[in-house]
Design a binder for this molecule. Structure first.
Ligand code: ATR
Length: 270
């Protein structure tokens, strides 16, 4: 019997998750199919009920349902509970689901080597996406500053999920903080409005934008031209998908294959 997997969100039409997961399912010979499921806000619980009768193994969850996914689960990992959001649900039979958050290990995997003795991070933005990143960096002992247009949200996030000493300030002050940072992570949605930040010389420091494709391209091209090592959000998208896949199948899939398929899919649609 073919098992069902999928991603629930709204909007969801442009999600690359089916490309990533169906590629791995084919590569590894699992009898399952992964679908994108558009579910409006307020309909999440009904969607789960439907899936409980459809031989569903698990689902990924994206905006606007991540907090609701955690609430609907009967069991949750410490990380998902701490962040208050789940991006992975695993069906446990009856009407029970387990919640995990693979954005955290996905971000760390995408970022690569971290050194608490040397690295200092600046996180730009304090919205939903910043929560997993602030938690991940804090758990790894990285000195951290959160900069946001609405300073009170940066302060609340630092207080909620930051380690002791995590700073918060206005994003307008970013130039002061970027001087001493070794890693800068842009989680803001300013790229959607065509805006980007002017950066100082990078000297091979890391600039990670969690968006990808046309949204992050102008910011990343500027960062690369200023000498930053740049990463876009595709690496994180593929890595979080891989950790979800591992939860469902007990095997880690090939990240490079997933990334290549995403880049090919983006090229085909641009
Ligand atoms: P996500 O879940 O993707 O993090 P979000 O919760 O809507 O989305 O958060 C968007 C983030 O981008 C916020 O930090 C927002 O700043 P505010 O908290 O002040 O709203 C930030 N943001 C959006 N547009 C911005 C802009 N033009 N300049 C700077 N920051 C911006």
């Amino acid at each position: 019997m073919t098992k069902l997997l999928g991603v629930i969100g709204d909007p969801i039409a442009h999600s690359l998750s089916p490309v990533i997961h169906n590629g791995w399912l084919r590569d590894m010979g699992f009898n399952a199919v992964y679908e994108a499921m558009q579910v409006p806000e307020g309909e999440f619980q009904n969607a789960l009920k439907t899936l409980e009768n459809r031989d569903c193994l698990g689902i990924n969850i994206t905006l606007p349902h991540k907090a609701n996914a955690l609430r609907c689960a009967s069991e949750a990992s410490d990380t998902a509970q701490r962040i208050g959001a789940a991006n992975t649900l695993t069906f446990r039979g009856g009407n029970t689901w387990r919640a995990d958050n693979t954005d955290v290990p996905g971000f760390i995997k995408a970022l690569g080597a971290l050194d608490p003795d040397r690295d200092r991070a600046v996180v730009l933005g304090a919205g939903g996406s910043a929560r997993a990143i602030v938690h991940a960096l804090s758990v790894h002992g990285i000195e951290l500053t959160i900069l946001n247009r609405t300073v009170s949200k940066a302060e609340a996030l630092a207080h909620d999920l930051g380690a002791r000493g995590t700073k918060a300030d206005d994003i307008d002050q970013y130039k002061d903080y970027l001087e001493s940072a070794t890693i800068v992570i842009n989680t803001t949605s300013m790229g959607y409005g065509g805006n980007s930040l002017e950066l100082p010389i990078g000297n091979n420091r890391t600039f990670f934008d969690i968006s990808y494709g046309k949204i992050s391209a102008p910011q990343l091209e500027h960062a690369a031209a200023r000498g930053w090592q740049v990463k876009d959000g595709l690496t994180m998208l593929v890595a979080q998908a891989a950790f979800s896949f591992e939860i469902w199948f007990g095997e880690m899939p090939d990240l490079a294959a997933g990334l290549n398929r995403c880049r090919a899919a983006l090229r085909a649609t641009s």
